[in-house]
Design a binder for this molecule. Structure first.
Ligand code: ADP
Ligand code: MG
Length: 489
């Protein structure tokens, strides 16, 4: 397809995101809702739909969904019923899925994303509704039968449905990222896409750029990585443009994304689609959300990423970039906030957290929750560096590892014992400078001829000999002074 042809069209995307709720038990049964477990170990009679069993509403499921709704500025519906969505599938024990068709728990609202060019955009939500997950069909090689694991059947889900307002695959990934960030902040879902606790269907259509009429949409089912979502949308966009350019229609259908070849394949067309025969589930009583209950849930809402972002900029004077990075994960944001309650070195704290601490976490593949050094101790170390008790290098390379090893030590005592404290003694530093100047006469000559770069080489040599236990700025100034005096002579 020519770039010119492609240029004529715009893509329109609506996402349907399923998030498994972090609850102890299932949505209508006491069975464990935990991920994994040996197959069919979390299955009681309700999950297996034995005749005569009755479902019972899990209260925290409702609270989780409301929290997500509040975080997305949605209207919370005060009276809801559950509907049965009837279809046959082997991993659906009851022959229907309990969902909310007519009365979603949250209506409207929006998700705010920040595009690459730094522009904020609100993507409107259509709804957030509650439903139950299905079990899993397992197809093994050398096994002619389909195996069924019902552990996941009845695990609570929220489905977050956006309006068709997303205009590129990057924006779609940003919406998904923002949703993951929110559910993690709220602790309503672990957001783990690899384990399938967050999954996404993407509805994709294309239209001529100047047209206001939306094109026929194709739904791509069940993707569980940001990359796949983006690749699938990109492929689908091109496929649809190609069809239109050839004068062929886009057929409204459900497609699946093949991660190996990066293409989408037709699964079923709308005509073949089930008639779900939605009707209110007579076994479940309606849910009424009282004013008191809603107020209680509101009072339990944690600070959300955007709130912290604004506070980090206004109170701690961070740049937008730093504030963004530090609020990506709730635990990092909280750690940073606590650091700043122990000293007022806001920028240094940010640098330490985003630099040496993040490197440590990446290297050890662990989270800040598992970081042994408490904010109070790290704040003390950062203060000591600013007070020039240690050079930054010694602090990062020697004192921090010491603290990680023994988080409760008295930093100054231990550092003194190991002879790590920085010297500010000009005479001492001067002697070492003289020593290297004497050893490298050629370099001194180069400096005299105007090659100022040799200062770095001298500094490197001095740092090595003093094991970094010097004030770099003081040493650098003294070195330059001595070198310049030699030029004059
Ligand atoms: P359906 O009844 O087929 O499920 P809905 O109107 O409920 O369709 O929308 C389902 C999802 O599809 C929503 O996320 C919505 O934003 C999206 N969507 C609807 N129309 C389009 C379109 N023309 N192009 C892209 N996405 C669309
Ligand atoms: Mg749908």
């Amino acid at each position: 397809m020519s770039a010119q042809a492609k240029e004529k069209y715009g893509v329109v995307i609506g996402l349907e995101v399923h998030a498994q709720l972090l609850t102890k038990s299932k949505i209508f049964a006491a069975d464990s809702a935990e991920y994994g477990g040996s197959p069919n170990s979390h299955v009681g009679v309700i999950t297996l739909a034995h005749p005569g069993t009755l479902p019972k509403q899990n209260k925290s499921v409702v609270e989780h969904a409301i929290k997500m709704g509040l975080a997305c500025h949605a209207e919370i519906s005060r009276y809801q019923i559950f509907d049965r969505k009837n279809y046959f599938y082997p991993d659906l024990p009851k022959g229907y899925q309990v969902t909310q068709d007519r009365t979603p728990i949250c209506k409207g609202g929006f998700i705010t994303i920040k595009t690459k060019s730094g522009i904020e955009k609100n993507i409107a939500l259509n709804r957030i509704h509650l439903e139950e997950d299905a079990g899993k069909s397992i197809h093994l090689e050398n096994e002619k039968d389909t195996l069924l694991d019902f552990n996941r059947a009845g695990v609570p889900l929220i489905e977050i449905v956006t309006q068709p307002e997303i205009e590129s695959s990057e924006e779609a990934a940003l919406v998904l990222l923002e949703i993951r960030k929110l559910v993690r902040y709220l602790e309503v879902c672990d957001g783990n896409m690899e384990e399938g606790s967050l999954r996404c269907d993407a509805n994709v259509s294309v239209k001529l750029k100047n047209s206001t009429v939306l094109g026929k949409k194709v739904e791509i089912k069940n993707m569980n990585s940001f990359k796949h979502v983006q690749r699938a949308i990109d492929f689908e966009t091109d496929r649809q443009i190609n069809l239109l350019e050839k004068g062929e229609p886009v057929i409204s259908e459900t497609r699946t994304f093949n991660i190996t070849d990066g293409k989408t394949y037709a699964m079923r067309t709308k005509e073949e689609l089930n008639d779900y025969r939605y009707f209110p589930d007579p076994d479940l009583s309606p849910v009424h959300i009282s004013e008191e209950w809603l107020e209680r849930i509101k009072s339990q809402m944690p600070a959300l990423p955007n709130e912290l972002f604004i506070r980090f900029i206004s109170v701690y004077k961070l740049s937008e970039y730093d504030a963004q990075v530090l609020t990506d994960e709730k635990e990092i944001a909280w750690y940073y906030d606590e650091l700043c309650s122990h000293n007022s070195l806001f920028k240094e704290n940010a640098n330490w957290l985003m630099g040496p601490v993040k490197s440590y976490l990446n290297e050890k593949k662990c989270t800040i929750k598992e970081f042994p050094v408490q904010p109070l101790k790290l704040a003390e170390l950062i203060t000591l560096v600013v007070r020039k008790q240690f050079s930054h290098t010694v602090a990062v390379q020697q004192v921090l590892p010491l603290l990680i090893e023994k988080p409760d030590i008295n930093i100054l005592n231990e550092a003194a014992r190991l002879n790590l404290i920085q010297t500010h003694d000009e005479n001492l530093v001067g002697l070492i400078i003289d020593e290297v100047i004497k050893e490298f006469p050629v370099k001194v000559e180069e400096y005299q001829k105007g090659k100022k770069g040799v200062v770095a080489m001298f500094m490197g040599e001095i740092k090595k000999r003093t094991k970094d236990k010097i004030d770099f700025k003081q040493t650098n100034d003294l070195l330059v002074k001595k070198l310049s005096e030699m030029v004059i002579r």
